[in-house]
Design a protein around this ligand. Structure first.
Ligand SMILES: Nc1ncnc2c1ncn2[C@@H]1O[C@H](COP(=O)(O)OP(=O)(O)O)[C@@H](O)[C@H]1O
Ligand SMILES: [Mg+2]
Length: 411
């Protein structure tokens, strides 16, 4: 029976969906490493979790290695190590390398976690990407801008969630930027004007077996630059639309490049989250790829649109190398609520009734922001709604009904 160790730092709602996915697998032994105590595992899942080890920091690969080794001594050989967080991917790879566990190695994990390296690998395999450079000094930045012109985008080499990501449009913007230095280089890229899409791909030992995609309205950068924007993510009904299918060969080439010569091993069994640009002239560029399930509610959207439980499917994929593709049956979308005005807390939430009425049957779930709730620090805001409809247009209408009616104010 395969033995999977799942890294679940805290037993939060979303994490528990994955824990449930693993716990419900028959013929799989499941252990968990967490920062939370074992008692925090949901009671109904606890009987199915064979081994547990608590650490103070799941992102510390030494602690993780110690934990996984202890589990293998007490329960038995560990066959797979899985975790969802972007920041976990490299530490987990280090544990696999240290303990000889099949799956994503450190070498490959770095292709996904280091933005400069990712772009270099993709470019060397003729996968279209924006011109980019890892700048180690102000001079590097200036030389790059001389080459590509303003605007450029700067971001951390191992960034995530659009943190510390800025559009630099003028010499003044550049002067205001904390300069890079050899210890803290900055990823700088030509600014791509495009629509931003995602492509979620399931690969089994390197072979893509299923794809789904979404579109961001507006782009994460615009969301970041405009704190009050309530944004949405749309998963369209049409899975054969050329807008999406034209990207499939690029997606396949990009994944093959990043997984490299390990693609046909367990390293190439993954659900990946690829962000890509579609420019006015119809050309596509890969922006970045995560070797992990996507955020911004794309997991529930994929579940709704394909009538399956993506959390359980991912657990099965990671544990058993299998996935049963399902056709798309509807469109789905998520809308994120974000407050307006100054202040640290929500003082009013209006328009909920109207939004619910206008959404009608399309509304699947609404997490409403509450008065008194502190301002969220991430771009996901203080609440969200999930909608689905038989058509893409119906889903867009529902998203609009939510975003245009619900207003959250800080004070
Ligand atoms: N070269 C680029 N041109 C235009 N926009 C970009 C570029 N790189 C990043 N962005 C914007 O910044 C956002 C965050 O950058 P990204 O590379 O996805 O890093 P991460 O999501 O890991 O923080 C993107 O979703 C996109 O909106
Ligand atoms: Mg991104």
């Amino acid at each position: 029976m395969p033995h999977v160790v799942f890294i679940a730092p805290l037993f939060l709602e979303t994490t528990n969906r994955y824990v449930r996915g693993f716990a419900e697998l028959e013929d799989v032994t499941v252990s968990v490493v967490s920062q939370d105590p074992a008692e925090a595992i949901p009671a109904e899942l606890r009987p199915r979790i064979t081994g547990h080890f608590r650490v103070t920091n799941c992102l510390d690969s030494a602690q993780l290695t110690h934990a996984v080794r202890a589990i293998s001594v007490s329960i038995g050989r560990v066959d797979r190590l899985a975790g969802v967080l972007e920041q976990l991917q490299l530490p987990m790879a280090e544990v696999r390398d240290a303990l000889g566990i099949e799956g994503l190695t450190t070498e490959i994990a770095r292709n996904f976690r280091d933005k400069d390296r990712m772009k270099r690998v993709l470019r060397s395999h003729d996968v279209p990407v924006a011109r980019s450079m890892l700048a180690h000094s102000r001079d590097d930045l200036a030389a790059f801008i001389d080459q590509v012109g303003f605007p450029v985008i700067v971001k951390p080499r191992a960034g995530l969630g659009s943190r510390a990501t800025f559009r630099i449009e003028t010499p003044d913007d550049l002067a205001a930027l904390a300069p890079p230095d050899p210890e803290t280089p900055i990823q700088v890229e030509e600014f791509v004007r495009a629509r931003e899409h995602t492509c979620e791909t399931i690969t089994i030992r390197g072979t893509p077996v299923w794809r789904s995609g979404t579109r961001y309205f507006p782009s994460p950068l615009e969301v970041l630059e405009t704190p009050w924007i309530q944004y949405s993510v749309l998963l369209p009904r049409e899975d054969d639309d050329p807008t999406w299918t034209q990207f499939h060969s690029i997606n396949g080439a990009a994944l093959a490049a990043l997984f490299g010569d390990r693609a046909t091993t367990a390293a190439g069994t993954a659900l990946t989250h690829m962000e890509w640009f579609l420019r006015e002239d119809g050309s596509c560029l890969v922006n970045e790829v995560g070797a992990r399930p996507p955020g911004v509610q794309i997991m529930p959207l994929m579940s709704l649109a394909h009538d399956l439980d993506m959390f359980a499917s991912w657990a099965r994929l990671m544990a058993l190398d299998t996935f049963t593709p399902k056709p798309r049956t509807c469109a789905a979308g998520s809308a994120f609520f974000r407050g307006q005005g100054a202040g640290d807390r929500i003082v009013s939430v209006t328009g909920l009734d109207r939004a619910i009425e206008e959404c009608g049957d399309a509304l699947v779930e609404m997490r409403t922001p509450k008065v008194g709730q502190p301002r969220a620090d991430g771009y996901e805001g203080e609440g969200f709604a999930i909608v689905k409809h038989a058509t893409t247009d119906g889903t867009k209408r529902a998203l609009r009904a939510v975003i245009e009616n619900v207003q959250v104010r800080y004070g």
